[in-house]
Design a protein around this ligand. Structure first.
Ligand code: SAH
Length: 240
């Protein structure tokens, strides 16, 4: 599938993914159009390929169809004004796409939209810095960072993030970009009602991983759902 959906520009890549039904939602398509993947890939010659790429520190920027799938899964909770946590933000690409979904340019200003917050959380400082640096490559990214709508922080993603303005209110959506050995309760605690977590989790037999969604409904009732098999780098302790 990868080679068929690659393009010679960001626009072409996103259009090809949409045509191949790997991006299903026009909201996600439009958000991915606004974020140039070349700003987030170390090897520019593969920036518009539908494949993952190493970003050093044993981390990878996921393939665009995986980012689309994650954003689409969280989409009902990515309303303008939502608070979103991106655990294992790595390159910062998905953090920036999530920001476009909860903070659409055409609705800049005050009101509900102005309350949107997107936080990229990394346990390796060099990658936190990389995510921020990549986002700064566009004027739009500079604006979102400058206004505090998007930020990149260092911490252990298994504990979530409850610092900073409004963080005690929890998260409408939590994306986890590395495979956990369990569904960390702290992340569930930090989820708002209603809210959703998208998280890859190691299978109990240790031989595979699956995406799970964890939903908390308006009454606080938690429902877990196993979706499809994947291969992510592990959600681990930071190297010393
Ligand atoms: N969404 C990123 C994925 C990066 S790979 C992208 O597409 O660019 C997974 C990331 O999870 C790595 O950057 C890794 O450093 C980070 N990670 C692993 N364990 C972590 C932990 N306990 N807390 C925070 N980040 C972690």
């Amino acid at each position: 599938m990868a080679w068929r959906c690659s393009g010679s520009s960001n626009k072409e890549l996103v259009e090809n993914l949409f045509r191949a039904d790997l991006i299903k939602s026009s909201r996600v398509r439009d958000a991915m159009m606004k974020v140039d993947r070349a700003h987030y890939c170390p090897d520019l010659s593969y920036a518009y390929e539908d494949s993952p790429q190493s970003i050093s520190h044993a981390a990878t920027i996921s393939a665009p169809h995986m980012h689309a799938s994650a954003a689409e899964s969280l989409l009902p909770y990515l309303k303008p004004g939502a608070r979103v946590l991106d655990v294992g933000s790595g390159s910062g690409y998905l953090t920036a796409v999530l920001a476009e979904l909860v903070y659409p340019q055409e609705e800049d200003g005050n009101g509900e939209v102005g309350k949107a917050r997107v936080v990229g959380l990394e346990h390796i400082k060099a990658l936190r810095d990389m995510g921020e640096g990549n986002t700064k490559k566009s004027k739009r990214g500079q604006q979102l960072l400058g206004e505090g709508k998007v930020s990149f922080v260092v911490g252990d993603g298994r504990k979530g993030w409850s610092e900073g303005e409004g963080a005690e209110k929890g998260w409408d959506a939590i994306h986890v970009g590395a495979a956990a050995v369990e569904l960390h309760q702290e992340l569930v605690n930090q989820l708002r009602s209603p809210g959703r977590i998208f998280i890859p989790v190691e299978d109990p037999d240790g031989y595979g991983q699956h995406i799970w969604t964890v939903d908390k409904d308006a009454n606080g009732v938690v429902t877990k759902k196993k979706l499809f098999g994947v291969r992510y780098v592990p959600l681990t302790d930071a190297p010393r």
